[in-house]
Design a protein around this ligand. Structure first.
Ligand SMILES: [Zn+2]
Length: 461
């Protein structure tokens, strides 16, 4: 598909200042590019992502904003600022999960285009150079690795990642990066392809992927932190099978009852922690007895389960991992079963910049936009920028019906409120002050390199 042809209406609206009309046309364009039989599929390093990037490139051309691929194969739009210096960047992604929705990622790119267009139309320059970064392959669906474009940019991909195969085409990540002109040799050496000090701030506007903002009635919300996670994908409880009628309670080694006790115990701990204001979410998404053995009249001798928990605090993740071990030991002894816990995988929490967040909160207050800070339960490119030492901030936009599914739904008016807040913050922040940089150094000291752990397998974002 030719992005230039389809983006004509979009750019007319952008240039004419019809922001609502732009959003209609932009999301219609993205829907045409990504439409599948069920929802939206914009395949990373495939036609979907490539056409979406081409469409944004054509919009940039119409606006007169220079656009080019960066050394990681991401699309970079750049407007010079009133003064030279490190740039302010806005970024997100245009790939989607298979059969996903039209707003995940794309909302952030639309927001960035609107902000750039405001400067172009007014004939004013942003306070510092302003970039829009369309980051490749954010979704882990394509290579079992999330944040590919951001990680490539900041030296976070390893050899093992580059050898991963694309879910549909089977081409390796190294080949896919080469296809889009990336500097694969430098990426393979783990080199950061730009200096984090080139960026004064990174902002990501993104739909909320949970139900909180709809429930609370906020159109937009600054994000406090991106939850880290601890994952035990394949765990086993080994007890003893037996006749359901013949074995008394005290002689049973029932794996299902042991699991029930574990989950009830963890839920009690979770509740107690939550009552103390500690951020935590816990999920056991896959549970089963062996279908070859199980039966109505058989005491289950084995059960397998997954366990995942997330928090904004690494200390909470560590402490909860300790509680899991203690519960397993205690229940195991009491019930005569053995818990075999998998090797944990994980990603650390990403600290977003408190000073930038306070600027967004002030901007919202000045505009009378109702808002409340919120943690992000899902991962985002902003986490990689924060880990690389770039002060990062996020604004969520209210979204119904969850995300990573065709029903995700964002009101354009809510996105426009987020754009107003972001634009106001860009305009009113005293960028010469040093707050953000100091805090970024602290944040990056806390989380440096850990988001890039090549041994972790991200299965969701
Ligand atoms: Zn996303």
């Amino acid at each position: 598909m030719d992005g230039a042809v389809n983006s004509r209406d979009v750019t007319a609206a952008l240039l004419g200042g019809d922001e609502a009309g732009f959003l209609e046309a932009f999301f219609a364009t993205m829907a045409v590019i990504g439409r599948d039989d069920v929802g939206i599929t914009r395949e990373a390093f495939g036609a979907g992502e490539n056409d979406a990037l081409a469409a944004v490139g054509a919009m940039a051309k119409a606006l007169g904003v220079p656009a080019a691929a960066d050394r990681a194969g991401n699309l970079q739009l750049r407007l010079e600022g009133a003064v030279a210096g490190p740039a302010l960047a806005i970024g997100s992604h245009l790939d989607s999960v298979p059969h996903g929705g039209n707003f995940d990622g794309a909302a952030g790119i639309a927001a960035g285009l609107l902000v750039l267009a405001r400067y172009c139309r007014n004939g004013t320059k942003p306070p510092l150079p302003l970039e829009l970064l369309v980051l490749r392959c954010e979704e882990s669906a394509w290579f079992d690795r999330a944040y590919v474009g951001s990680l490539a940019l900041w030296g976070g991909l390893g050899q093992r990642d580059l050898a991963r195969c694309h879910r549909r085409t089977g081409r390796t990540l190294a080949q896919c990066l080469e296809d889009v002109g990336a500097d694969v040799e430098a990426i393979a050496r783990g080199e950061a392809l730009r200096d984090p000090r080139d960026l004064r701030a990174f902002f990501e506007v993104h739909i909320e992927q949970g139900p909180v903002m709809v429930a609370r009635g906020f159109p937009t919300a600054p994000v406090t932190a991106i939850r880290g996670n601890r994952r035990y994908p394949n765990n086993r409880i080994v007890g003893a099978a037996g006749h359901s009628g013949a074995v008394p309670r005290w002689l049973r080694h029932d794996a299902v009852f042991a699991f029930g006790e574990l989950i009830t115990g963890l839920d009690e701990h979770w509740k107690a922690l939550q009552e103390r204001g500690i951020d935590l979410v816990v999920t056991a998404g896959m549970v089963g007895t062996n279908a070859a053995d199980h039966g109505m009249t058989r005491i289950p001798g084995e059960l397998t389960f997954s366990l995942e928990f997330r928090s904004q605090s690494e200390a909470t993740l560590d402490a909860f991992a300790g509680l899991v071990r203690v519960e397993c030991e205690t229940i195991g002894q009491r019930r005569g079963v053995r818990f075999e816990l998998d090797e944990p995988l994980g990603a650390p929490p990403a600290l977003l910049d408190p000073w930038l967040r306070s600027r967004l909160i002030e901007a919202a207050a000045a505009l009378g936009v109702k808002t409340e800070p919120l943690p992000s339960g899902a991962g985002h490119d902003a986490a990689v920028f924060a880990g690389a030492g770039v002060p990062a901030a996020m604004l969520f936009v209210r979204n119904e019906a969850g995300s990573h599914n065709p029903a995700e739904h964002m009101e354009h008016a809510d996105l426009l409120q987020a754009v107003d807040v972001l634009y106001q913050a860009l305009q009113t922040t005293p960028w010469h002050e040093n707050h953000g940089l100091d805090l970024a150094a602290e944040a990056s000291a806390a989380s440096r390199f850990t988001p890039f752990d090549i041994n972790q397998k991200e299965t969701t974002t």
